[in-house]
Write a protein that binds this ligand. Structure first.
Ligand code: NAD
Ligand code: UDP
Length: 368
């Protein structure tokens, strides 16, 4: 797809990370110009070249559609220079630290990076009069919801420093949005993003021992780790293991494109083209204004045991398991009511648990 002269430019922070990299791909495929920012504290610069390989047909005619700045979002001066260098229509802010366990021992670092980074970014945006911001929040802000599926209006309740940084950023951005008068902020609460791009060129690349279930499962299947510890079989769920709402990272990435399009007031056809898959052509139904909070999940609860069983069936790989005690801070069951995102964006998750497992395994298998 060639770039139209009125093509919109989106700044993406945390752009070489797991969700950021997939979102950059979807933005390029939907016709946007993208400016990537990442300090590479939890990702590799080589992701840029992999994004270029996936999106090469969109970049051939206009390589300037994609740019990368190895910048820390807490560096306001660098961000101000970047935002002053060309008009930016909106920002998607993924940059942050995300390991719940680590957030206890490194709480000040989490506050500095997640909260300080968000504040520095908004200050730079204000100077450049950039008023559209999409923020990566998390279903962790719900704690153990009293009723399921959980809707956006449910009370928030956080149990760890990571969750507190996300909730406090949500509160700050709510005030920031209202103070700015005509600002547009979308707080996106992700459930459990898993899977990888079907090309297997980008995916989740945890450093050290994975904290999350799917990368642990794929590393066990690959023989890197001997067995998966199942954290608790005594929960009040159908098989005793915890239930979560796993969402394919590409579905989530498309949700960001739909959110940005809705903020920009683009109709369903404004960023579509015959060479874009129909599934990415979901356009917004209405223009977003002011503050919007949206769940991004499938609405389906899946237990740890069900995920392991599905993974084994789909990939043909064995995943030995061990029964382990409950993990501190885990809630028994959490899954989304994703209706609001469907109503406002005409978005819904389309990929199955099978394709999440298949793509996660293809990505793991591609690694050296
Ligand atoms: P990730 O670690 O793969 O990506 C985050 C990226 O941000 C990394 O590339 C890292 O290098 C970069 N970064 C961190 N601090 C930075 C800073 N100060 N300046 C510039 N770059 C910085 O994580 P992810 O899974 O892609 O998550 C993206 C966002 O979504 C995070 O804010 C995370 O808290 C949130 N989130 C993730 C999940 C999940 O399960 N993956 C769930 C809910 C919310
Ligand atoms: N889990 C597990 N073993 C692991 C990692 C995770 O049994 O090695 C379980 C965990 O207890 C939770 C589910 O898998 O019930 C999803 O965990 P993850 O950390 O991926 O997501 P979150 O807890 O943030 O929803």
């Amino acid at each position: 797809m060639t770039t139209s002269p009125n093509c919109k430019t989106v700044l993406v922070t945390g752009a070489t990370g797991f969700i950021g990299s997939h979102t950059v791909v979807e933005l390029l495929e939907a016709g946007y110009r993208v400016r990537m920012v990442d300090n590479l504290c939890n990702s590799e610069a080589s992701v840029l070249e992999r994004i270029e390989r996936i999106a090469h047909e969109h970049l051939t005619h206009d390589p300037k559609r994609l740019g990368f700045w190895p910048v820390d979002v807490r560096d306001s001066q660098a961000l101000e220079a970047l935002l002053a260098s060309e008009p930016i229509d909106g920002v998607i802010h993924f940059a942050g630290l995300k390991a719940v366990g680590e957030s206890f021992s490194q709480a000040p670092n989490y506050w500095d990076n997640n909260v300080g980074g968000t504040m520095a970014l908004t200050q730079a945006m204000a100077k450049a009069h950039v008023k559209r911001l999409v923020f990566s929040s998390s279903a962790t802000v719900y704690g153990q919801a009293a009723s399921l599926p959980v809707s956006e209006d449910a009370p928030t309740q956080v149990t760890n420093p990571y969750g507190r940084t996300k909730l406090v950023c949500e509160q700050f951005l709510t005030d920031w949005c209202h103070a700015s008068g005509d600002g547009q902020v979308a707080l996106l609460r992700y459930f459990n993003p898993v899977g990888a791009h079907p090309s297997a060129l980008i995916g989740e690349a945890p450093r050290g021992v994975p904290n999350n279930l799917m990368p642990f499962v794929t590393q066990v299947a690959a023989g890197i780790r001997p067995a998966l510890s199942i954290f608790g079989r005594d929960y009040p769920t159908r098989d005793g293991t915890c239930i979560r709402d796993y969402i394919h990272v590409s579905d989530l990435a498309r949700g960001h494109v739909a959110t940005m399009a809705a903020m920009l007031g683009l109709g369903p056809h404004a960023v579509t083209s015959p060479d874009i898959e129909p599934s990415t052509q979901n356009g917004p139904i209405q223009t977003l204004s002011g503050l919007t909070v949206m769940n991004f999940g499938t609405g389906q609860g899946v237990s740890v045991q069900e995920l392991v069983d599905t993974f084994e069936r789909v990939t043909g790989q064995r995943v030995p398991t061990l029964d382990a005690p409950r993990r501190q801070g885990d809630v028994a069951e959490l899954y989304a009511n994703p209706q609001r995102a469907h109503t406002l964006l005409n978005w819904r998750a389309t990929q199955t648990l099978e394709s999440m497992c298949r793509d996660a395994w293809a990505w793991q298998s591609s690694l050296p």
